[in-house]
Design a protein around this ligand. Structure first.
Ligand SMILES: Cc1cc2nc3c(=O)[nH]c(=O)nc-3n(C[C@H](O)[C@H](O)[C@H](O)COP(=O)(O)O)c2cc1C
Length: 376
């Protein structure tokens, strides 16, 4: 199998077939199927919300590469009059810098960017949601909208009109049930005055999923994408535990905040913290890991903490010379490395786990969902 892996890695460097998860199952007896927000997906690797999920062409390339799911760029909610409480997040900024950032003697990639949420209109966003819906229905990645909605100060009520208008518009655009939606608590929120109080943050975590469900006309599943708050690990664990109770899924955790530079960042400091908190919280349920997923071994590390899937942004944005593949979209090149790399890809990580007795075959197959014992 290891010889086959070397050969596949070389062959797929030129072109990755869209049906590669079937090949993994046939050639290695490895079943990568899992779930995101309770929906079945063919493997655990998806795209996190951001600048790489705001155009139809980007989603088409993701479908072509066989990506499992795509969380669309975060839209800023509005009420029926177009008023937005989180309007400060709808700023236009295109310049991004992909650079290395060191932590603990390891250099990891990070994207430096001053932008925030979707900067177009809600109508334009709904067109993207409809495009994603059709792509999903045609066998492409599961497309999931992401929103930012009113977050009150203590003593203030949630602005229900904003929840109602935005969520019902998304539900109409998606057009079937359940509506899946991610709610973003962004790193810029951690850097803003609104995010400086623990009681306020816990109230949001407890209340937001219910407000979204109340606003929706039909069945809705809510994932809370938590920020890395600027408090200690114990508070981060508390946030995660509360979110796993109030929501249908948790995406853990968005990037760290650098107050000196006034930017969010990733790299090894992010994955170290995320994995440390996830391990400590020992939450069971729907979890999706995000942060510095740059190898199949990192996918396995997140899976061991209970994550049934992972979401990447930075790795889809590297200079072409950073990928071992010589052709294909950045999505295809990333999947090629994450899955088939004979040194640190997901297949070899699973075979090694079998060798150590960590994973056992079921009906002859190694199953991704058995990592960390989180089979649904
Ligand atoms: C340029 C950029 C824009 C992003 N925009 C969003 C966003 O709109 N909504 C969101 O939930 N996360 C956003 N993120 C966070 C990513 O979705 C992801 O969770 C985070 O970058 C960690 O993953 P990574 O280390 O693979 O990049 C953004 C990240 C980057 C780098």
């Amino acid at each position: 199998m290891r010889a086959q892996l070397v050969a596949d890695f070389e062959r797929f460097a030129r072109a990755l077939p869209r049906t590669w998860p079937d090949h993994v199952r046939e050639a290695y007896a490895i079943d990568l199927r899992t779930q995101y927000l309770g929906q079945p997906v063919p493997h655990p690797i998806g795209k996190a919300s951001g600048q790489l999920s705001l155009k139809a062409e980007q989603l088409e390339a993701d479908a072509e590469a066989g990506l499992a799911f795509v969380v669309l760029k975060t839209v800023i909610g509005e009420d029926a009059t177009g008023s937005r409480t989180m309007g400060a997040w709808a700023i236009h900024e295109t310049k991004m810098k992909v650079e290395l950032r060191s932590f603990g003697g390891r250099a990891g990639w990070t994207v430096t960017w001053k932008g925030r949420g979707w900067d177009g209109t809600l109508e334009e966003y709904l067109a993207l949601v409809r495009f994603g819906r059709d792509l999903t229905a045609a066998g492409g990645p599961l497309a999931v909208p992401s929103v930012k909605l009113h977050l009150p100060r203590l003593g203030e009520e949630f602005v229900r009109a904003e929840y109602a208008h935005t969520i019902s518009a998304l539900a109409r655009a998606w057009g079937r049930e359940p509506l899946l939606v991610e709610k973003d608590f962004s790193p810029t929120l951690a850097g803003a005055a609104l995010g400086d109080e623990q009681r306020r943050i816990l109230r949001w975590i407890d209340g937001v999923p219910e407000h979204i469900r109340d606003a929706a006309p039909g069945e809705t599943r809510v994932a809370l994408k938590l920020m890395n708050a600027r408090f200690d690990d114990a508070f981060q664990v508390e946030m995660l535990r509360r979110a796993s109770r109030s929501s249908d899924a948790v995406t853990a955790f968005n990037r760290l905040w650098d107050p000196a530079l006034g930017v969010a960042y990733g790299g090894w400091e992010l994955s170290d913290r995320n994995l440390r908190v996830l391990r400590e919280a020992r939450v069971r349920g729907q979890l999706s890991g995000t942060g510095n997923v740059c190898s199949g071994r990192l996918v396995a590390d997140y899976a061991r903490t209970g994550c049934g899937s992972v979401q990447l942004h930075t790795m889809f944005q590297l200079p072409l010379s950073a990928y071992p593949a010589s052709a294909g979209s950045r999505t295809a090149r990333t999947l090629h490395k994450l899955v088939f790399d004979p040194q640190d890809g997901l297949i070899v990580a699973m075979l090694d786990a079998e060798g150590r007795g960590e994973l056992e075959r079921t009906a002859g197959e190694l199953r991704f969902v058995d990592f960390g014992g989180h089979a649904p």
